[in-house]
Ligand binder design. Structure first.
Ligand SMILES: O=P(O)(O)OC[C@H]1O[C@H](O[C@H]2O[C@H](CO)[C@@H](O)[C@H](O)[C@H]2O)[C@H](O)[C@@H](O)[C@@H]1O
Length: 340
């Protein structure tokens, strides 16, 4: 639709990225019906699809590393968390991207669960909002140095990094208490994400949601080393350590030997609040692309946007095709020794 006149953003002729407003709007034309507010927001967070060529032109010759959130990014948000399947097309696109660029999935889910959904062996997985990472075996620079545990895999080529391992017994106790204290509230769903817990309230009647929140908070009063975060119709209970998706991104760059900011372009695509921690890291590095997936205007540190997972699919396909068609296309996966 995009019928909107320039009212509301006529005052400046370009956004924070220095992209002329007229080109943001014309580049987005014809893609999706967009309302007035979204249109204004798009000026500050232009479509990564429409601006693909400009983005890639600037970074020719640098190493791109791809980071992907799972729910709401690779799979659409659905009613049942156990049925948040990724389409075969999306899987093929991620597989293709990972042939050319080191690629990691960073999810709030447990690492096993997200791997079960994604089913690819040429990507790295970080579960529990980055508190459970399986990464290549290399010395690391950025970690809290206190409670992390590394365990080699059978081949001795990968390590598991779990900075919240000491919290596992308490997490299991909290889950038991949550199940007991919320069993009478219809629609609650407790998901064990290994190093964190999701309390889903998507199916809880509105009038019961406050009571649920109170119960969760009253349990957490006895566990001061945990805190509560909010996601999409979900309360997330996490150990209070200085570790989030942003740290996971830095950790993976380090372990991949790609932490030199000048030469490396991290591309992070995510849709939820916890992805903002990774967006902040990219913003701080002043190198890379933070891309938020959203069909509504929202506060975000991301510079670019994609409307929904179908646009994520289109972006990933384009990235793979772009890399394939560019001259020196020796697959990164070969260089880094991972393969599907
Ligand atoms: O970091 P992510 O991979 O985005 O995981 C965040 C949470 O995603 C899941 O919950 C969300 O998606 C569900 C399926 O579409 C939806 O039913 C739910 O309402 C959303 O909050 C997952 O179930 C959570 O455990 C993750 O923390």
């Amino acid at each position: 639709m995009l019928k909107k006149s320039l009212t509301g953003f006529q005052k400046s002729s370009s956004n924070k990225l220095g992209i002329p407003i007229s080109s943001v709007l014309s580049a987005s034309k014809g893609s999706i019906p967009i309302d007035e507010n979204y249109n204004s927001w798009l000026v500050e967070h232009p479509s990564a699809l429409s601006f693909f060529d400009q983005m890639m032109k600037e970074d020719r010759g640098k190493k791109i590393v791809v980071f992907l959130d799972y729910d709401g990014t690779l799979s659409p948000i659905v009613d049942d968390p156990d049925r948040a399947f990724m389409s075969d097309e999306m899987r093929a696109a991620v597989r293709e991207v990972a042939k050319y660029f080191p690629t990691a999935i960073i999810s709030g889910r447990s690492r096993d669960k997200v791997k079960e959904f994604v089913q690819l062996s040429n990507v790295y997985y970080a579960g529990s909002h980055g508190m459970d990472i399986k990464a290549p075996l290399r010395p690391v620079r950025s970690c809290d140095g206190k409670s992390h545990t590394k365990a080699h895999d059978k081949k001795g080529t990968e390590v598991v990094f779990q900075p919240a391992k000491n919290f596992l017994p308490a997490i299991q106790k909290i889950i038991t208490e949550l199940e007991e204290k919320t069993m009478k509230i219809k629609g609650v769903r407790i998901e064990d994400n290994r190093f964190c817990i999701s309390v889903h309230f998507r199916h809880v009647q509105e009038e019961d949601q406050e009571m649920l929140e109170e119960k969760v908070k009253s349990i957490l009063e006895h566990y001061p080393e945990f805190h509560l975060c909010w996601g999409k119709k979900v309360m997330e209970i996490r150990p209070t350590i200085e570790w989030d998706k942003g740290h996971a991104l830095e950790y993976l760059l380090d372990t991949l030997g790609l932490s030199t900011p000048n030469n490396v372009i991290p591309v992070y695509i995510g849709d939820d609040r916890t992805d903002e921690d990774a967006f902040k890291v990219i913003q701080r590095r002043d190198q890379g692309y933070a891309i938020v997936v959203s069909n509504v205007p929202k506060d975000t540190k991301a510079s670019y946007s994609l409307y929904d997972p179908s646009e994520v699919l289109a972006f990933l396909l384009r990235l793979a095709i772009w890399r394939k068609s560019s001259s020196s296309s020796r697959p990164q996966a070969q260089i880094l020794g991972i393969g599907d």
